[in-house]
Design a protein around this ligand. Structure first.
Ligand code: SF4
Length: 264
């Protein structure tokens, strides 16, 4: 009998909430299934490589490497546009002074560890800002972002680790494909306490679970690698159709930045 993981990331918890069976396959059985999330696979892979490179460039920038040196790396037209938009963004100008790119924090919770790997954590004595750079094709709706486990875990861990108080913390999602439409999510002590109760209950539910059911929301299977194993279809979802997908449960969000984090 396989064991539950000793630490939980936001990706693992999001998989569990989206589909308990997917969580079981990925994190308990540790199964790697030879299928693509979307097709054409060349477009998906190119997009994921571009996203990974974009994150590396921002990392270098926050380590102090001048932008003109970073921009000499291999860039295609899309990446050049993202990079230019990033350099011109007001988000950069208004961040607290102490900036920690690609920063990982973890805290104990319900007998396990909860881990958050931040694109950027910036803070000083008066405020803290979490920034997540998104390269998804579409700009995720604010209401969906509020509920995403990434938002819940990132903000909760930053406060629980003692970086900053909840009332001084803000999370920002910056979308490379929609740089004018920044999502700003302030935090609060009341929300922190609510998130703590929710996360503990979620971990306890996973701990007690014996059967990991397939999701009833079959549209979540379109872009899942396990669809043939689950007999939920063989063909992958259309990569360029992600923008147009009809969302009936309002919780679907194919996040290639998170997929890339697992793959690379
Ligand atoms: S194909 Fe569907 S049911 Fe199977 S693991 Fe993926 S999301 Fe869950």
């Amino acid at each position: 009998m396989s064991q539950l993981p000793s630490q939980f990331s936001q990706s693992a918890l999001q998989d569990y909430v989206d589909c308990a069976r997917r969580f079981e396959l990925k994190y308990i059985q540790k199964m790697r299934w030879p299928a693509a999330e979307s097709e054409p696979i060349e477009l998906q892979e190119a997009h994921m490589r571009r996203g990974a490179l974009f994150h590396q460039m921002i990392h270098l920038h926050h380590l102090g490497v001048p932008p003109e040196q970073i921009a000499t790396t291999e860039m295609d037209d899309d990446l050049r546009l993202w990079w230019q938009a990033y350099l011109e963004s007001d988000v950069l100008r208004n961040l607290p002074q102490n900036r920690y790119p690609e920063y990982t924090l973890s805290v104990p919770l319900a007998g396990r560890r909860l881990i958050a790997k931040y694109d950027l954590l910036a803070y000083d004595q008066s405020r803290g800002v979490i920034v997540d750079w998104k390269t998804s094709l579409r700009r995720t709706k604010q209401a969906v972002l509020e509920q995403r486990l990434q938002t819940v875990v990132y903000r909760y861990v930053a406060v629980a680790a003692g970086v900053i108080s909840a009332d001084q913390l803000t999370m920002i999602y910056w979308f490379a494909t929609h740089p004018e439409d920044i999502a700003i999510l302030p935090y609060s002590q009341a929300q922190y306490e609510q998130d703590g109760h929710y996360l503990i209950a979620l971990l306890q539910e996973i701990e007690k679970r014996e059967v990991f059911d397939l999701t009833v929301h079959v549209k979540r299977c379109f872009y899942c690698v396990f669809r043939s194993l689950c007999e939920r279809g063989v063909s992958a979802g259309d990569f360029e159709g992600i923008d147009e997908i009809d969302i009936d449960d309002d919780a679907f969000d194919l996040d290639f930045d998170q997929v890339a984090e697992v793959v690379f």
